[in-house]
Design a protein around this ligand. Sequence first.
Ligand code: BES
Ligand code: MN
Ligand code: ZN
Length: 513
Amino acid sequence: MQTPMSIEVAVADGRLSSLDSDWVFIPVGEREPTEPIGDVDAATGGELSRAMASGEFEGKDYQLFVTPVTNSEWRSRRVALVGAGSAADFGPDRLRRLAAVAGLAARDRKVTRLAFVSRQPSAPSSARLPRSAQVALAQAIAEGVMFATFDAASYKTEDHDLWHPQQFVVSLPGVDSETRHEASEAVRQGVVLAECMNLARELANEPGNRLRPRAFADRAAHLVSRAGLGVEVLDEGQIAAMGMGLLLGVARGSEEPPRLLVIRYDPQNPPSPPVLGLVGKGVTFDTGGLSIKSSEGLERMKDDMAGGAAVVGALCAISRLRAPIRVIGVVPIAENMPSGHAIRPGDVLKSASGKTVEVLDTDAEGRLILADALWYARQQGATHVVDIATLTAACTIALGQAVSGLFGRPQKWADAVRAVADSTGDRVWPMPLFDDYLELLRSDIADLKNVGGKPAGAITAAMFLAEFAGDGPWAHLDIAGTAWNEEAKEYLPKGPTGVGVKTLARLAFAALG
Ligand code: BES
Ligand code: MN
Ligand code: ZN
């Protein structure tokens, strides 16, 4: 497990020559004239303009060009240009990715002292951004670089070097001292958010045999208490005493009992309301149960607790960044297995809320455990609730891997969650919740059935949750497509993405209305 590391993080203004790093990363746009980055060209003996003239470096998205500094007045040893692509749509999201490319390159080359220059490619140097935009860019850079410190290969016994930057500087050329001051704080927050994303990624990356329900609950409890949060792990007896038949039912097929992880953040003198409730799906492995999945790609189902991990990561960030409001995190944890004890298709279970559910498909288990957890979050006083879950393959069919599905009501709350998500780089897109869809969940024998058939699979799953989410504001993020990156990208390695951590954490700083 990742240990807290000592890293020197700084924000620098002034001239690039005074940066004292091993590598100085500089974003450079496509067909950008070299003149605005002129002193870099000179410092590298004209390598920049030469590489751009020859086509060796074109500034295309995520290209990397590293060249030695020849000017002895510079304190850094190498300049690394990162292709920033076209100048259109440039902003924090792009810069975060460029910084992640830089971090991953540094990791690859075992460079531990790095600087990243915040600049707008192709913008005339006189074009000064407003302070808030400068600050947002600085934070995005910190998030991107620190994102690269995640170690996916923790079970390799050979050729496995842990890398961690020792020194990391965000350079903001030509900004005033007030901006620099604000940017320092933003960079600190960016580092915390990225660390907490990486913590969620670590949990989601754990194999199913290493992170079964009790281990997940215990490890999460350890992490959050280390971050200064209150935590309770409710066992099967306590879960049964509360009547959580859905969570118990899903867990029945496994040799491991379920757990309900409850995390509390209680700042001093919080306003009341609101109380933010964060609920995350914690299925440590999803075989489908007796409605068993096919074996193809089944190993991926070790990350079916990515939503729960995001809640754990977000609460760590909320505590470390000292959010102003109360937050409660609830993670229902179970392993979905087939066995002689498992629930059968057609079984009827009773939820903690009292509603009965006919389980027609034991593979639609996420909504079952979340239903009891949503009820619990409300019962504990959450006024504004967001749940996050690798809930439906249908969501991936609808939106692909780039965007999470966002559901919620009232509209104002869904909009608020969307605005926060947009500001963090977690991409979400709104999906509808019309009462018509509820018809699809009518059961012949119970209050609800747990599946609504093929059409609108992501929506009927959300409609099911809505039946248990109470009357207050509630939103649901379906991260089935976004929690795991199937194919390595320049800025995002294969594996867990940490999606949702920043959105959930930032919500605790937003006006909830
Ligand atoms: N954990 C899965 C959803 C999932 C699938 C996430 C693939 C990530 C990748 C969930 O529990 C599930 O099995 N959902 C079913 C629901 C169906 C039975 C109504 C699905 O999407 O097929
Ligand atoms: Mn399932
Ligand atoms: Zn599942």
